[in-house]
Write a protein that binds this ligand. Structure first.
Ligand code: FDA
Length: 308
């Protein structure tokens, strides 16, 4: 119930306008968001790299409403690629198609995406298309499989959400295409005919898809903080003799830093998703929805800081 309410609020821009003017909310966001500028995000990536962790940078922002906004988001993504190269960071980039105009003009979005991928290819940097709500799944996979993957190969990857009922079939298609896949559980509010309503089914689906990807995938990214699934992955890696450079674990900025470091110490590759920018509200609400205890945790920390 609380999860559904937080996800509902994540889609209300009027609430964001109210919350953004509130200093407390901005402070809350800093646990999960690496600041509002590329400079603050780059500083976070440098720290991660120093700790043996790679990164994927995401300039926050979703569905734009005009070609101008889409073009600005495209320029920002290209700027991130340039900065990664200039600073020689161990990092790549994650983007959302709706930032590039997917819901405004599909052809424009494809052209924007190609500009980003062309720059990524010049700089030898990988770009991942994040997966958004299920209204976009089919179109995202169609664009990826019919245009982007054939043109850019291993320089571009996509995301599969284990919560969606369709994902087993999608993973089959992506395995056949030898495409690079990040597997996550899925962060959006979805109807029960589209997504498994029970968490146990989402987790079971994750385990099944993870096994397939680890065994037959092209450098899959196992994106979860779920210790049981990570332990299961490790058992499979060990029993099948899968080499550590054939996949990576991925986690979110500010979530389970202890587990990130534990995996690095054990010799696994770990990449952290580093979001930044002024449009942090929907992202923050999705993180709170995943673990409503975060609200109490963050408010408690702020209280401790303010009374220290
Ligand atoms: P689950 O939610 O079951 O949590 C397992 C445990 O992890 C919890 O018990 C808790 O200990 C810890 N945990 C999880 N979330 C936490 C939080 N917010 N704060 C503190 N602890 C937390 N989604 C999507 O729809 N499209 C996408 O493109 C992506 N991309 C993406 C990239 C990367 C690198 C990651 C790690 C995740 C995504 N996601 C995503 C988000 C993903 O779908 C999912 O919502 C979150 O990862 C939480 O799910 P877990 O797998 O961690 O499991």
């Amino acid at each position: 119930m609380l999860r559904a309410s937080l996800l509902y609020l994540s889609e209300r821009p009027a609430i964001f306008r109210f919350i953004k003017s509130n200093g407390l909310a901005r402070k809350l966001s800093s646990r999960f968001v690496a600041g509002e500028t590329l400079d603050t995000a780059i500083a976070a990536v440098r720290e991660l790299n120093a700790a043996g962790v790679t990164a994927t940078l995401d300039c926050l922002g979703e569905s734009v409403h005009s070609a101008e906004e889409a073009s600005a988001a495209t320029a920002t993504a290209i700027g991130i690629l340039d900065r990664i190269a200039a600073e020689k960071l161990q990092a790549n980039v994650s983007v959302k198609l709706t930032q590039f105009g997917f819901d405004v003009d599909a052809a424009l979005c494809t052209a924007n995406m190609r500009r980003v991928l062309d720059r990524g290819r010049e700089l030898d940097t990988f770009v991942r298309l994040d997966m958004e709500s299920s209204q976009h799944t089919q179109r995202t996979l169609d664009l990826f499989l019919s245009e982007l993957h054939p043109s850019y190969g291993d320089r571009v990857g996509v995301v599969i959400q284990s919560m969606l009922r369709r994902s087993a079939a999608d993973v089959d298609r992506l395995l056949a295409a030898k495409a690079r896949v990040r597997l996550c559980k899925g962060a959006y509010k979805e109807p029960p005919d589209v997504a498994f309503p029970d968490k146990a089914d989402v987790d079971r689906s994750y385990a099944e898809l993870m096994e397939l990807l680890l065994e037959r995938g092209n450098y899959p990214a196992i994106a979860t903080h779920d210790e049981r699934l990570i332990a299961r992955a490790k058992r499979q890696i060990w029993s099948k003799g899968i080499e550590h450079d054939k996949f990576e674990f991925q986690m979110l900025y500010g979530v389970r830093r202890d587990l990130q470091q534990e995996l690095v110490k054990e010799g696994y590759r770990v990449r952290v998703y580093v979001p930044f920018g002024t449009q942090w509200y929907p992202y923050l609400m999705r993180r709170l929805a995943e673990r409503p205890a975060n609200i109490a945790f963050m408010v408690g920390n702020l209280w401790k800081e303010s009374t220290r």
